[in-house]
Design a protein around this ligand. Structure first.
Ligand code: GLU
Length: 595
């Protein structure tokens, strides 16, 4: 258990929350408890769920590596966090492997892809753009799921265990069940009006009286257990071809709506060939430097890596610690504002839009953006021009983005093994409950990832197109120093993912806030909007008034993020840390606990 050192407290970016975080981090733990923080050796896992962290630790104990353990944990999360993630969705995995000469970081893109028949007008009906809910709760929003292909690819390339072996713990959890908690109840509650339109979804997630499963009861998902068994037996192709693929297509094309439905569920256009041709490519990470650290993140189609890199490049020009907390917070918000203006204009699927990645992540472009920052909050700003800062890519014409304010769901897990491999993995079905469509008989929800496109525009770089992946904000991140891991982290939360990871990085790397405290700290998220999203705890900070005096306007408080992370300490020790409170708190475990 990490002790919070008093001298760190003096310089925390979010001092007012320290007392709460200290209590959480110092709480005693027993083997049966669910600690949000653990220190030890031999490998570690931090997830939002104890059963998932246990599955990862058991996999490591049985000789699996970090990739095996990450997939084992992810499969359990698909059971216990069905509204946030699962085989009906997609994700991004950043993998670090220690190398003899040089360390290797690579990333798996198993983001969902739009069916080939989608087009820029797919969400526009009679000249009107569909409302978010009409778009979301439909077959139209469902992207070709990438998760199963991603898991299979990760195991094939870097794992040591079979899909069957790593799915075994999840199959047990799906069959034996788990206890419904308040978070699960609330996530169901928010969907009841749509779930009860669909007999298959209602049968799985609602009680016979149409209300959510009661807190304290056991939730079992034998259909998902059988689906996992099918994939365990026959591999990823059992998902992308054959009977299950046919059922997915059928569910998307003809949403299985009951007679008493009170909404219209629009059909989608996914075909068997969309599923059969889905690929999960390995991509180079986005790499940037920050005060001597090397920060590796997810590149396009995620905007996570480039936006964090740009914001850090802007912030690198300031001595944040020397400037004091209030000014540092102001600069954090402003750097994020400018980086988001550029993210909104220039990041999309690189197969469809030539993303000016070099320019966006260049130190000189950051200098130009930094020069615009004043002592006052800038309000909504225009995108910059990254093209002069990179070589040989023609200008594309900037357009402001409109889909940046909604915070959704998702989950992040972080795993390390004793050999030094590290996995930082964020995956999702987009909104809490995805598209609401359960594939009948198969026990999982389909994603609504295609609402991550700028679906109200037919010209934006992130417009809907057949075969394209929607821009993401997911930000699985690994930080190295001289080639060795220092920190791995990520978070859920839609576009606030980016600022959550950024805020934790600044707290930890600049302000030396201990990791558990940085995860617990109250958040503020500025995404180039006139108001800044905040948590209630942030408004209680002494700096909040001074920030208001600079022109910052804070929105109604709401929870932001539920991060997990691992920090690499001296002598092969690791500190695994999960969110202590948000979404019911997470679980961080190590293979061998040691003070
Ligand atoms: N769909 C979101 C993204 O990829 C993640 C889901 C969420 O947290 O809203 O950025």
């Amino acid at each position: 258990m990490t002790r919070l050192r008093p001298h760190f407290l003096a310089c925390t970016l979010v001092a007012a929350f320290v007392a709460v975080a200290a209590v959480a981090a110092a709480a005693p733990s027993s083997p049966s408890s669910n600690p949000p923080t653990s220190t030890g050796t031999g490998g570690a896992a931090a997830t939002v769920d104890r059963a998932a962290s246990l599955a990862a630790i058991q996999t490591l104990r049985r000789g699996g590596n970090a990739v095996d353990a990450a997939v084992a944990a992810a499969a359990v999360l698909g059971v216990t966090e069905p509204f946030s993630c699962g085989i009906g969705g997609g994700g991004f995995m950043v993998v670090y492997r220690p190398g003899k000469r040089r360390a290797l970081v690579t990333t798996s893109d198993h983001r969902e892809r739009a069916p080939a028949a989608m087009h820029p007008g797919s969400f526009i009906e009679n000249g009107q753009v569909l409302s978010f809910n009409d778009a979301r709760y439909s077959g139209l929003s469902v992207g070709v799921p990438g998760t199963v292909r991603g898991w299979a690819e990760a195991l094939r390339r870097y794992g040591t265990m079979s899909l069957a072996r790593v799915l075994a713990p999840a199959i047990r959890v799906a069959r034996n069940g788990f206890v419904v908690d308040q978070t699960f109840f609330e996530q169901t509650q928010g969907n009841v009006d749509y779930f009860d339109d669909l007999p298959a979804t209602a049968a799985l997630f609602l009680d016979p009286d149409g209300t959510p499963r009661d807190v304290g009861t056991t939730f079992r998902n034998p259909d998902l257990a059988r689906t996992y068994e099918l994939i365990a037996r026959r591999g990823a192709r059992a998902f992308y071809t054959g009977r299950l693929a046919t059922e997915i297509v059928e569910t998307v094309q003809r949403p299985p709506v009951g007679a008493n439905a009170n909404h219209r569920w629009r059909p989608g256009v996914m075909s068997a060939s969309d599923l059969a041709t889905y690929g999960a490519p390995w991509r180079a990470p986005v790499r940037s430097s920050y005060r001597g650290y090397d920060v590796f993140g997810m590149g396009p189609p995620s905007s996570g890596g480039p936006t964090i890199a740009e914001a850090l490049n802007i912030l690198e020009g300031y001595d944040l610690r020397g400037l004091g907390r209030e000014l540092a917070l102001h600069l954090y918000l402003e750097a994020s504002r400018y980086a988001f203006a550029d993210r909104g204009a220039y990041v999309a699927d690189p197969a469809f839009f030539q993303v000016p990645l070099r320019g966006l992540t260049s130190k000189r472009f950051a200098e130009a953006r930094r020069a615009l920052i004043t002592e006052r909050a800038a309000g909504v700003v225009a995108p910059g021009d990254p093209y002069p800062y990179q070589t040989a890519v023609a200008p594309g014409g900037a357009q402001a983005s409109v889909t940046s304010t909604r915070a959704g769901t998702t989950t992040h897990l972080t795993v390390a093994d004793r050999k030094g491999n590290v996995v930082s993995y964020t995956f999702t079905i987009e909104s809490t409950g995805g598209a609401g469509l359960v594939v009948p008989g198969y026990g999982f929800l389909l994603n609504n990832e295609l609402t991550d496109f700028n679906f109200n525009s037919t010209t934006h770089p992130n417009r809907v197109e057949g075969g394209k992946r929607p821009r993401s904000s997911m930000s699985p991140t690994i930080v190295l120093r001289r080639g060795r891991p220092v920190l791995a982290l990520g978070s859920p939360g839609g576009s606030t993912i980016i600022t959550t990871v950024l805020q934790i990085l600044v707290d930890r790397l600049d302000f030396r806030v201990p990791l558990p405290q940085a995860l617990a700290a109250p958040r503020a998220s500025q995404r180039n909007t006139s108001t800044t999203s905040v948590e209630a705890g942030f408004l209680q900070l002494p700096e909040a008034t001074a920030l208001r005096n600079r022109g910052h306007v804070f929105g109604a408080p709401a929870e932001i993020g539920a991060a997990t992370a691992i920090e690499f300490l001296a002598r092969a020790r690791v500190l695994a840390a999960a969110e202590p409170v948000r979404r019911g708190g997470g679980s961080a475990l190590v293979v061998r606990a040691r003070g």
